[in-house]
Write a protein that binds this ligand. Structure first.
Ligand code: B12
Ligand code: SF4
Length: 473
């Protein structure tokens, strides 16, 4: 039996959230819980170290493994975490040269050759969807200690040359996967505290019920799951909810699908099953404005949904079109109003700095945020992640700082032509200030906190983080 450890990249809360780190939001890693379940099925001795959620440094992460002495270490990383993941692989090799280090996740999937060349302590890269490739790796490693060089879904360094194999076919039926191994996440679920804007009750967990998105927004990296949408069946999704509620006492679930509302028939069945089962959980999700109807939103509310976030991005139709967002402002306005009418709280994700941004488009975006009946907003700096249409051409439209560690959507790594970095920082702070320092929003937050005093501490930390972020620009 091999000893397997699965680790999220050890990047600190400061590296992820910059001046907002004080809010300290953390979510359990769904990807690692899914991969761990597969490793358990293969009969392995498995551990998870969710270093990102636990805010562990590289040294602290390795210290956690001193007794366990893993044979295989699988690291999951976004772009912001890749340098820390590379440093972790180096430290793991120093600790024990024999550990097989595997890197997976969106960054290496988008840039396999570059990542293996840049971080030479990763032995193998798993590209795209991981469960089946990982299980084949574990089978091979436990049979003869070797991972086949041509295994689909992997990239390797062979005699100093980097070989990228064909991708593993996507899993046709997600219901074949075991339930996530939540019990391996330390302190689950009490130890995890998502953003106060998405927290209604305690304790919380997050799940991803579908993979892939049919849209092609220019700023979004689809390298892992592509454009074909696959979902667990509504019955299986309900089982995940039941498992979380009954085995772990979870009362709040964040559905983290990129676009939860794609197929109305799926949502209807899922909601009807939830209503019939009467499980004591409330939930939130992310939707696209062009996919919702008032009826669907009302049904979701009846099934326990209390919050929906929309990727609104910009208030300028010209920018939305340039993003290939395939949505118009009128649809966004209707979706947010219908959500309010259905009794749901709402959050809008906005983005500043897309190529073609002008002072006028920034004003339109701020005006839209203030005009819509939103309860919360997040304002991100446009970040041309590897794997996006924008990444290849960013230099034509402005200045891109290719520092992976800064690519957390809060730092300004891309400055569009006609602006300075400071202009972009200010645009974001101004919008946050204009939105949050309004009596109606402050009153709404106070009421939310009063209705659930356990939230108060997190909301206070969130507010202080907001203050420090808008002050220190
Ligand atoms: C939920 C989520 C979060 C949660 C994570 C906790 C959780 N619940 O998992 C929170 C809110 C904490 C978060 C934070 C951030 N996130 Co986020 N997040 C997501 C989201 C929406 C879902 C992740 C998920 O669970 N997917 C489902 C699982 C099954 O897929 P997966 O993670 O890709 O894993 C599969 C494969 O990649 C592979 N795999 C992954 N790791 C490994 C490791 C091994 C060893 C193997 C074998 C395989 C393997 O196998 C897995 C199973 O098939 C994704 C978008 C998306 N659709 O993936 C964005 C996404 C990953 N996040 C993104 C970003 C930018 C961030 C932040 C930087 C933003 C910020 N400032 O907060 C931080 C960085 C966090 C970090 N540690 O690096 C970007 C990353 C882009 C990039 N190239 O870096 C994404 C892709 C969204 C987007 N389209 O822009 N995020
Ligand atoms: S931004 Fe949202 S809608 Fe657009 S491609 Fe990405 S996941 Fe799909």
């Amino acid at each position: 039996m091999l000893r397997i450890v699965l680790i999220t990249s050890p990047i600190s809360l400061e590296d992820r959230y910059g001046r907002f780190s004080g809010a300290g939001s953390t979510e359990p890693s769904f990807a690692l819980a899914c991969l761990a379940a597969v490793a358990l099925q293969e009969g392995m001795d498995v551990r998870i170290v969710d270093a990102a959620a636990e805010n562990l440094s590289v040294r602290q992460t390795v210290e956690q493994l001193e007794d366990f002495r893993p044979d295989v270490a699988g690291i999951s990383s976004t772009t912001a975490g890749i340098a820390a993941s590379g440093a972790l692989a180096r430290s793991l090799k120093k600790f024990d040269q024999g550990i097989i280090t595997i890197i997976g996740g969106c960054h290496v999937t988008a840039l396999p050759e570059e990542t293996l060349a840049e971080y030479r302590h990763f032995d193998v890269a798993v590209l795209g969807e991981g469960e089946e490739t990982f299980s084949e790796i574990l089978k091979a490693a436990s049979a003869n200690g070797n991972i086949p060089e041509n295994l689909p879904g992997t990239a390797r360094r062979i005699n100093g040359r980097i070989v990228v194999n064909e991708r593993h076919p996507l899993i046709d039926n997600l219901d074949r996967l075991p339930l996530p191994a939540w019990r391996l996440l330390q302190g689950f679920p009490e130890a995890f505290h998502p953003s106060p804007a998405r927290m209604n009750r305690y304790p919380c967990a997050s799940v991803v019920l579908s993979r892939g998105c049919p849209n092609r927004c220019a700023f979004c990296d689809r390298s892992v799951f592509g454009h074909r949408v696959r979902s667990y069946s509504p019955a299986y999704a309900l089982n995940m909810f039941k498992d979380l509620a009954r085995q772990f006492g979870v009362r709040e679930i964040l559905i983290e699908d990129d676009t939860f509302i794609i197929l109305h028939s799926w949502i209807r069945e899922f909601c009807e099953r939830l209503i019939a089962e009467n499980i004591d959980v409330t939930w939130s999700c992310v939707g696209r404005a062009d996919r919702v109807t008032l009826d669907i939103l009302k049904l979701m509310k009846q099934a326990g949904c209390w919050h929906i976030s929309y990727g609104i991005e910009s208030g300028d139709q010209r920018i939305l079109d340039a993003m290939n967002k395939n949505e118009d402002i009128a649809q966004i306005e209707s979706a947010v109003r219908w959500s309010r009418d259905a009794g749901l709280k709402t959050k809008g994700f906005f983005m500043v700095g897309f190529p073609g941004e002008t002072p006028e488009s920034l004003k339109l975006t701020k005006d839209l945020a203030l005009k819509l009946p939103l309860n919360d907003i997040t304002v991100m700096q446009l970040t041309p992640f590897p794997g996006t249409a924008l990444y290849q051409h960013a230099d034509e439209y402005g200045v891109l700082e290719r520092d992976w560690s800064k690519m957390n959507t809060l730092n300004t790594v891309f400055t569009p032509s006609g602006f300075t970095q400071r202009d972009m920082d200010e645009a974001r702070s101004d919008m946050l200030k204009a939105f949050y320092f309004r009596p109606s929003i402050v009153a709404g937050k106070l009421m939310q906190a009063a209705s659930n005093p356990r939230l108060l501490r997190h909301m206070f930390k969130g507010f202080m983080a907001l203050l420090s972020a808008v002050r220190s620009r």
